[in-house]
Design a protein around this ligand. Sequence first.
Ligand code: ASP
Length: 305
Amino acid sequence: MKPALIVHGGAWDVPDEAVEACNAGCGNALAAGWSVLASGGSALEAVEASIITLEDDPVFDAGYGSHLNRDGQVECDAMVMDGATLRAGAAAGLHRLKNPIRLARKILEQCPHMMLIAEGAERFAKDSGLALCKPEELVSEAEWQAYLRCSKDEHAAVHHRGHEQGTVGAVALDAQGRLFAATSTGGTCCKLPGRVGDSPLIGCGCYADSQAGGVSCTGYGEAIMKIVMAKTAVDFLRRDSPSGEHKPSAAQQAADGAVKLLAERGKGSGGLILLDRSGTPAFAFNTPRMACGYVNPDSNFVVSV
Ligand code: ASP
């Protein structure tokens, strides 16, 4: 099977001056994930490698450089899902994990449960050998300044360089046919402490089923949850490309259909990336821009904001 990889850095109002950084960030995430897949590695390793790269890049809203909540703290959520078993590892309300996706993977592989939150999640992280950082180590200067501007005035996109959202995600298919999807976020800016969005919720911000495809979402979480967007897109794939048939056009139709539903029924904005079960990539969004990238059939990287 030919491996496939698609990544995103969020659907938002990317200002012109951030386009280059978003393109570079998506390119770096593709390079990290593709080096795993091209050398015969697993899709799980690949999505983790891509997401770590995106979490470490302060231009995106995940890990270091995440948006701050109303207490001025980073509070992260992440999830990874295995398309073969339908098992997920998800974590929410994290203050002390530099790379929340590493914890999501530990939960997937080592925990009897599929989702842990807050202090219990961080205790599990420590017990499974992950290093905890100080909460302030996740705060970038740009987000701190944005937080101060919002605190003095009121929460507004203009205080965040138009950067309302910017979750990261990756979906990979490896040579053995294993399909994994992953999503990681700092959530929406100036959110209430304790707020959890779509990203770590199975079927909302992320879903993978090897019989249909894998999806990672971004955008206004409260709207994405209403239409269970990731699972909805996977259901569209299953409906439009039943087993035994492969219609590459079904991938784009599923992406477009889910984003249309987000606007019409969820009354919200956002986007998604997906791979169908054969590795056909597609993405769609109804925000001004979305940062994303995929590997084309000639193994070249295509990035677009
Ligand atoms: N979906 C994320 C959330 O609501 C935000 C984003 O995608 O940027 O937490």
